[in-house]
Design a protein around this ligand. Sequence first.
Ligand code: AKG
Ligand code: FE2
Length: 291
Amino acid sequence: MAPPPRRGPSLAARSRHRTPGHHYNASFLSAADRAEILTWLGSLKPLWEERYSKHFPPPPGQSQRRLLRPVYWLGNWQFACLDYYRPPKGVMNRCVQAEPFPAVLQRQVKKVEELARRMFRGPDMPQGWHLNTCLVNFYGNRLEDGRWVDTARVGEHKDFEPGPVASLSLGERALIQFVTSTRPGERDEVVLEQWLDDGALQLFGGTQWKEKTFHRVQRVDTRVGHLLPPEIPGFQTRRVNFTFRYVPDEHVIPFARLSPEAREDVTPYVRTLAEGSTFFRKELEREASGT
Ligand SMILES: O=C(O)CCC(=O)C(=O)O
Ligand SMILES: [Fe+2]
């Protein structure tokens, strides 16, 4: 018997539109680009930041803590103690010019920007949007009092940088969940979850995924046994994620132009970065010479 005629869009088209504003491509990275990114990762010296600092101390009820994981930033560095990019008020004195993207990442950015411009319009695509910022997150186990502890997760949060956000994943797959706003004591409702595979691209934007929901990394698998570069003392990386965002260029400032207080608090970090980075060495020189 002949199959009944199909009506409406194909299954593939329907699944593409089930979650407008959220796009997932499991095999975005080519094997060659993936290998090039891994080689470049081996040259990085990620930083382990504290959440607070002398001039930006913990709010009442909070205490000083290390971030769960080492990080690296490209384009601009948003030091945790300067409280990240939080428009409309928290935009100045916090996004410090950092190294540009290496060529292999810039090539991915170009493709992702083209896709994003096709996916997002009007209020979902801010004037001047381009992916000029990348947070590199290292997920794995950290050594705590002689024991390896799995810290491969991220609590629920929003990315406040305007417009679509894109992420590339390497290594073990991770479960990301988008959840509705939390109220203390209430369970969050998971509205979308997605496994992020090795080499995958996730792109999300618009009010549903940027404003109405929070997202979190619930867990990272241990199945394959990936151990990713670089070697980091006291840490074993099994997943690396690159999140690309847009910070309006006028809010990105050189280290030398931070307020004296902010500069004092992040100088030790910039000195550490300068040990492995010509870019940050020059930024320190620029500050010392007052230019
Ligand atoms: O690791 C991920 O997949 C997401 C990380 C994230 O949400 C972020 O960097 O803002
Ligand atoms: Fe995020």
